[in-house]
Design a protein around this ligand. Structure first.
Ligand code: NAD
Length: 256
């Protein structure tokens, strides 16, 4: 049995992980990290702790859907106690992404801003479309529920990376994240990434390629957060047998 520890168990995705793991026959929940009080039901025998080292000792693989500061605390603690880690936390700073890379020299880490199969395929399609549809303007729009804290979404930024890579562009130099006022005409290379927030939208991403006379729009819509929790558990099962390194969801799904 693979022992799974969850960071962010009380969150929207975390609560689904607690449910989905019950139907797994090769994995069991062994530990949950809590900041203060446990405010959700758990079966007996699960280590519930606010001590990161005790949490790590109680599991073979960590599944993390939390917030950047919690992921950072995990990455700092894990240097002394290497574990397989599947992290879906978005909005990581450059420093936190560097910590992730450093840690992956010692342990297998799968980091994915979106754990769904559909978005993994969408990234591939966007890369191909960006290369093929030379001269088309690229615009990305993402929509999420009103509680989402980071913007634009990690998924939208990954899609923008896939689009930029298709045209050998440096995303930092061409990304536009808002337009207002008398800003002049659109430049040829810019890739816009716009965020809308409202209601209970689980996640909707549209990557548009616009030209004179025609346009192509590639869209993915998540209708349930289970697509993320189930995807993360599938990734955990796959990752636990891997050597140290930084893996993507495309690696796990054989889409690389
Ligand atoms: P949420 O706000 O509902 O839950 C966050 C969880 O993190 C809570 O359990 C909270 O207690 C915990 N947490 C926050 N700060 C902490 C700290 N300092 N120490 C320990 N625990 C802490 O959020 P959510 O909607 O479940 O999303 C969690 C993360 O996952 C976000 O970054 C979100 O963008 C991301 N996400 C990723 C995917 C994906 O497929 N990769 C899908 C959905 C959401």
């Amino acid at each position: 049995m693979i022992k799974v520890g969850i960071l962010g168990a009380s969150g929207r995705v975390g609560r689904l992980l607690l449910e989905d793991i019950k139907i797994e026959d090769e994995m069991e929940l062994s530990a949950v990290y809590v900041r203060s009080e446990q405010d959700f039901p758990l079966e007996k025998g699960v280590t519930v702790t606010n001590d990161m080292d005790a949490f790590l000792k109680a599991c073979d693989v960590v599944v993390d859907f939390s917030l950047p500061e919690a992921t950072q605390a995990l990455l700092e603690a894990v240097m002394d106690n290497p574990k397989a880690i599947v992290s879906g936390t978005t909005g990581l700073s450059l420093h936190q992404l560097n910590l992730l890379k450093e840690a992956s020299a010692l342990m297998p880490i799968l980091y994915a801003t979106n754990m769904s199969l559909g978005v993994a395929l969408l990234n591939k399609l966007v890369n191909i479309a960006s290369r093929t549809l030379e001269g088309f303007d690229i615009e990305i729009v993402e929509q999420h529920h009103r509680h989402k804290k980071d913007a634009p979404s990690g998924t939208a930024l990954t899609l923008a990376e896939s689009a930029a890579e298709g045209r050998s562009l440096d995303l930092d130099k061409v990304r536009v994240s808002g337009r207002n006022g008398n800003i002049g005409e659109r430049s040829a290379d810019e890739i816009a990434v716009m965020a809308l927030r409202g209601g209970d939208i689980v996640g909707r991403h549209t990557v548009g390629f616009y030209n004179d006379g025609e346009f192509v729009e590639l869209n993915h819509t998540a209708t349930s957060r289970n697509t993320f929790s189930k995807g993360a558990l599938r990734a955990a099962k796959w990752l636990v047998k891997k050597e140290a390194g930084l893996y993507s969801i495309a690696d796990c799904l054989d889409l690389s």
